[in-house]
Design a protein around this ligand. Structure first.
Ligand code: FAD
Ligand code: SF4
Length: 508
């Protein structure tokens, strides 16, 4: 053997840079299921099962393709607890200290590989449209890193939805059309689901045994675990759901957890699908006239815009990004995030679906659980750990900028030029949650007032020093200043009562 080729659980792509650089005839692929990766945060059992089953299927495909694969199962008695431990063990067995790897998507592992007593070459992960170096060049010298401008560069670079160098339809962004609330529709298609095969069943038993105490329901498990099935899920989304993606992107319904979302992020993030292939498929539907431009553009923007932008921020900002806390928030994460009692229907719905599906869509993450954590002043590190643990698509390079940056503005406003906060009004407009809530979204003060209505103002006033200077926040502060004094006092007293209930670990 000349070298080991490391393939991590979120690198399950046949054209991974490490595999491309390796020699099938002489090198050995190392894949390892290790306890440390399953437990550095208490990952949702569905997420662990997705990764382990997809790894086992991928190893089979590599073997069928002629690779030698040294695969460590979690229950192997000789297995060590960490990736580096496994590389050392395999290196000894095969008489080599040389490792080819594709750079991991988190600083924790990048540093572990750098510090390993082995010769590891970490190759760039080229499964992205924009490299960290290219992102840095774009960011250099800019006062603000606005996603919208980065996105336009990516449109030009990829040529998606471009006509003669100009954006298709004449506009870069059709978000303005994408703010419609949704209605229950029993005919609406659902994301494609897959029955577990024998390999997955074996993994499910293992996960039940080892991680049964983590938050989240393991069964029923219906994720795709192979590239072929992930492709099927993509085709199904493109033909059955994409057309409504734009219109209902921000909508939330208690009876419909997925609406027109694709639920492709878990597959994309572990390497079963590629961003260019997804966008190619989406653009194809649009060109054939089967989906409207606002849907295709909205979708492409999420993938080549937001997703690539987030990765650029993560690598640009460095390892301590996840510990930033610009607003000095330090309240403990309330038990309701782990399924504890709450009277807030929107939070209960988002958490319950997170527990069952390891999935919530963007607006639930941003405007329900994220919004509440920010308004209530929860420690952003704890919020980050929660998101990293509970979602099947959560890998640090994409989770952290979304949580620390976009949702909690703990990075001081690099990602979000103004905080994504709202009163209950927004949730009432975009969802059907409020109708069956113990609180009244119409009440601005008093016992029954929706906690979002109280905490919204309290948050803005607590942080007036920081946000009051932002011209885009001016009108909001003027509204507060015009409110009569009694009402302002009642709002602040109501907010204080909610916060003290949180501090006393009582249900809100
Ligand atoms: P769709 O709505 O169908 O969107 C299409 C695709 O666009 C997604 O699959 C995803 O790859 C991409 N995308 C959309 N928005 C974003 C975004 N803001 N950042 C990056 N990619 C995006 N996404 C993750 O992949 N992993 C995470 O851990 C994660 N954590 C988040 C935490 C918070 C607080 C917030 C507000 C957002 C987070 N997101 C995360 C972004 C987004 O919510 C998910 O990508 C999306 O909900 C995945 O579901 P979907 O595939 O059905 O997405
Ligand atoms: Fe959520 Fe407030 Fe609506 Fe209840 S009333 S569902 S807490 S927004």
């Amino acid at each position: 053997v000349s070298r080991l080729v490391l393939v991590l659980g979120d690198q399950l792509s046949h054209d991974l840079s490490a595999l491309k650089a390796a020699d099938k005839a002489r090198d050995v692929v190392v894949m390892a299921e290790v306890m440390e990766e399953g437990t550095y945060v208490p990952h949702h059992p569905k997420k662990i099962a997705l990764v382990l089953s997809a790894m086992r299927h991928f190893a089979e495909e590599l073997r069928a393709d002629g690779w030698r694969v040294a695969y460590t199962r979690l229950d192997d008695p000789d297995a060590s607890r960490s990736i580096v431990g496994e590389l050392m063990r395999r290196g000894q067995a095969h008489g080599t200290a040389e490792v080819i790897a594709t750079q991991p998507g988190e600083w924790r592992l990048i540093e572990a590989l750098e510090d390993a007593p082995l010769t590891v070459s970490q190759l760039p992960d080229d499964r992205f449209i924009c490299s960290p170096e290219e992102f840095d060049r774009w960011a250099e010298g800019r006062k603000e890193l606005r996603m919208e401008y980065f996105y336009r560069e990516m449109r030009r670079k990829t040529g998606f939805l471009m006509e003669d160098g100009k954006p298709a339809g004449g506009k870069w962004n059709y978000d303005h059309d994408n703010r419609k609330p949704a209605r229950d529709d029993i005919l609406r298609a659902r994301p494609m689901r897959f029955e577990p095969d024998a390999i997955t069943e074996e993994v499910l038993t293992l996960v039940e045994d080892r991680f049964g105490d983590h938050f989240g329901d393991l069964r029923p498990f219906r994720f795709a675990v192979t590239r072929a099935d992930a492709r099927r899920a993509l085709d199904h989304f493109a033909t059955a759901l994409l057309a409504g993606f734009g219109d209902y992107q921000d909508a939330m319904l208690a009876g419909d957890r997925f609406l027109h979302h694709s639920v492709l992020s878990p597959y994309l993030n572990i390497g079963l699908l590629d961003p260019v292939e997804i966008c190619t498929r989406v653009v194809e539907e649009c060109k054939a006239g089967r989906v409207p431009l606002n849907a295709a553009e909205g979708y492409v923007r999420q993938v080549i815009g937001w997703r690539e932008y987030m990765r650029g921020i993560y690598f640009r900002e460095g390892p301590e990004y996840v510990r930033r806390n610009a607003l000095g928030h330090d309240r403990a994460l309330p038990a309701m995030y782990w399924g504890g009692a709450t009277h807030m229907n929107c939070v209960a719905q988002a958490v319950e679906q997170t527990r069952e599906e390891a999935y919530a869509h963007h607006i639930q993450r941003l405007m329900v659980t994220g919004n509440f954590a920010l308004l209530a002043g929860i420690d952003p590190g704890a919020v980050h750990d929660w998101y990293l643990a509970v979602y099947a698509d959560a890998f640090e390079w994409v989770e952290a900028p979304n949580v620390i940056g976009m949702s909690q503005v703990a990075d001081g406003g690099i990602v979000a030029s103004k905080p994504y906060v709202s009163s209950g009004n927004y949730i009432a407009k975009m969802s059907d949650y409020c109708g069956s809530c113990a609180y009244s979204v119409k009440d601005r003060t008093g016992e029954n007032a929706c906690p979002f209505n109280l905490l919204y103002w309290d948050f803005l006033i607590r942080h007036r020093d920081r946000f009051g200077r932002n011209p885009r926040m001016g009108p909001v502060y003027r509204t507060w200043d015009r409110m009569d004094a009694d009402r302002r006092e009642a709002v602040r007293a109501g907010a204080a009562a909610v916060l003290s209930r949180l501090d006393a670990a009582e249900a809100v």
